[in-house]
Design a protein around this ligand. Structure first.
Ligand code: NAP
Length: 250
């Protein structure tokens, strides 16, 4: 889910080969059509679904349809996400709520329709694309940071129950990846391209990593950041707030 651009698109292309049945979903069906053509040229059978993750019944319908045509599901990636700023002085919760709805309820809407089938199969891997923002809050983006904590925590809570049923759960936590979501951010340390990132994510999924922080520099940064005393932590957040450009995509 969320395969039309950025990380999702790169994952689709890197997964595409003749042995794979690919299901791609997002709102922009025209972009999915183009990716489908690219996958077809790699001999990969690809199905596309116009789906808004905020719409529970659309997600259920797409899941049902894919399970029918594919005869099951091996790997499900909940990648859809938006990254607008909170706009906390706008007088309305509209913007922040859209982030929370897409990034949290969008994940539960994406994953839950597939779980009965995975339970029946006693196999499968569910993947959520969280973020380094689940460890380090981003100024102006409290909704985004909170949503990424929430989905990581959902996975931590579900993992033991899923494992009992033969299902693996992987949380991917990228740092800065060069995608439309980050194009207006000014300060992007350890920036990676989508192709290298998606290859690393596929390896992490194959290895069933529980929580995978990428790239390695961010892994070190997260570890260091989380042992800092509160005042130092606050100082860094405060310093970084001017370098995070406000942007209102999606
Ligand atoms: N880029 C980074 O540095 C970075 C870092 C950490 C985490 N992430 C996470 O990685 C994921 C992918 O982001 P990206 O960087 O690749 O950004 P992107 O290029 O903007 O891609 C976002 C994807 O989410 C889909 N999406 C958004 N709202 C949706 C909705 N309501 N229903 C269905 N699909 C929806 C978009 O498709 P449509 O618009 O066609 O629906 C698009 O395919 C996000 O969850 C993001 O939070 C990104």
């Amino acid at each position: 889910m969320g395969a039309s651009t950025g990380i999702g698109k790169a994952l689709a292309i890197n997964y595409a080969d003749e042995e794979v049945l690919l299901g791609l979903a997002s709102r922009r069906i025209d972009l999915l059509e183009t990716i489908k053509e690219e996958c077809k040229s790699l001999n990969c059978k690809t199905f596309i679904y116009k789906t808004d993750v905020r719409n529970k019944s659309e997600c259920e319908q797409s899941a049902k349809n894919f399970i029918e045509v594919a005869g099951g599901i091996d790997i499900l990636i909940a990648n859809s996400g938006v990254g607008s700023s909170d706009d906390i002085f706008s007088g309305t919760s509209e913007k922040i709520n859209r982030v929370l709805e897409t990034n949290i309820l969008g994940v539960t809407n994406t994953i839950l329709p597939f779980l009965p089938r995975m339970k029946e199969q006693k196999s499968g891997t569910v993947v959520v694309v969280s973020s380094v923002a689940s460890f380090i809050p981003i100024p102006h983006k409290g909704g985004y940071s909170a949503s990424k904590v929430a989905v990581k925590r959902l996975f931590d809570s579900w993992r033991p129950i899923l494992i009992e049923n033969g299902i693996k759960a992987v949380s991917i936590c990228p740092g800065f990846i060069d995608t439309p979501m980050t194009e207006k951010i000014l300060f992007k340390p350890f920036l990676k391209d989508t192709n290298s990132a998606s290859k690393a994510f596929i390896k992490a999924i194959e290895a069933s990593k529980k929580t995978y922080i990428y790239p390695w520099q961010m892994r070190l940064f997260v570890k260091t950041f989380n042992i800092l005393p509160q005042f130092f932590y606050d100082w860094i957040i405060n310093k970084s707030k001017s370098s995070i450009a406000k942007y209102d995509k999606n």
